[in-house]
Write a protein that binds this ligand. Structure first.
Ligand code: UDP
Length: 241
């Protein structure tokens, strides 16, 4: 690893970047590509932690629309991330990628309870650390889990891989004149309420000076390109560069 690459990263994968969960969890070509990139990144010496979302199975705020209590819906959402974790670990195992799977809350013998020092040790020994269970608390999303784990695991950057190219100055689905921002500051995304991540997640990363790269998981070789500081997607950081 040299100075122009990130040594330790945390990748936030939204549920929709994983698989349709219909009892089968078929692995699509984009997920195969993500997994291959994770393997390549580890082989090149990068330390990789992953926080998984659960939106392919359940999002709390959608579930309340069908009458569920918000706390129940969020608990189901967090359990959904555990389901994703179990399946995702198997997918990495098949590719001979060494993994450790952690949950934010106790789920018996199925998944280990998250312990940051142990997880750092795993990263240093070349394991991919998969974090699921969100934060273990309702009313936030797995973006907040990503920022907390990024701080605890002392990563150089978060890569939030999602279904959008990055950040625009306003919602591109509603405004034709929306302008794409290749970089912006935490102050700007918070002040302009650019809703690409929880505000709390931005505040955590601002406090600990951890840049967040937001990019599409469909982009080819996105993980390796971001590790090498290629300008792609949007970089949110403390200062304009
Ligand atoms: N969730 C929660 N607390 C957390 C993380 C997640 O309550 O710390 C719930 C919340 O209902 C959320 C769902 O789990 O909608 C799935 O997570 P998320 O929406 O972040 O998944 P993604 O959009 O990344 O697939």
């Amino acid at each position: 690893m040299n100075n122009s690459t990130y040594n330790r990263i945390l990748i936030k994968l939204s549920g929709e970047s994983l698989f349709n969960f219909d009892g089968h969890a078929n692995v699509g070509s984009h997920l195969i590509h993500i997994v291959q990139q994770i393997r390549d990144a580890v082989q090149m010496g990068s330390q990789v932690a992953i926080v998984l979302g659960g939106g392919n199975i359940c999002r709390g705020r959608n579930m309340v629309k069908s009458g569920a209590k918000r706390v129940t819906a969020d608990n189901v959402g967090m359990l959904a991330t555990i389901i994703n974790g179990l399946i995702f670990r198997d997918i990495l195992d098949k590719e001979q990628i060494k993994t450790k799977l952690y949950s934010a809350f106790q789920v018996g013998s199925m998944v280990s309870f998250f312990e940051p020092r142990q997880a750092i040790d795993d990263l240093e020994r070349g394991y991919v650390v998969i974090c699921c269970g969100g934060t273990g608390n309702p009313f936030v999303s797995t973006d907040t889990a990503a920022s907390l784990r990024a701080i605890q695991l002392e990563v150089g950057a978060i890569f939030k891989l999602t279904n959008v190219q990055g950040v625009y100055n306003k919602d591109p689905n509603q405004h034709e004149d929306a302008v794409f921002l290749p970089q912006c500051t935490f102050d700007q995304v918070i002040a302009d309420q650019l809703k690409v991540m929880d505000t709390e997640a931005f505040r955590h990363c601002q406090m600990f000076n951890i840049p967040i790269h937001i990019a599409s998981f469909q982009e080819s070789n996105i993980i390796l390109r971001l590790i090498n500081h290629e300008n792609i997607g949007t970089k949110v950081s403390s200062k304009e560069e």
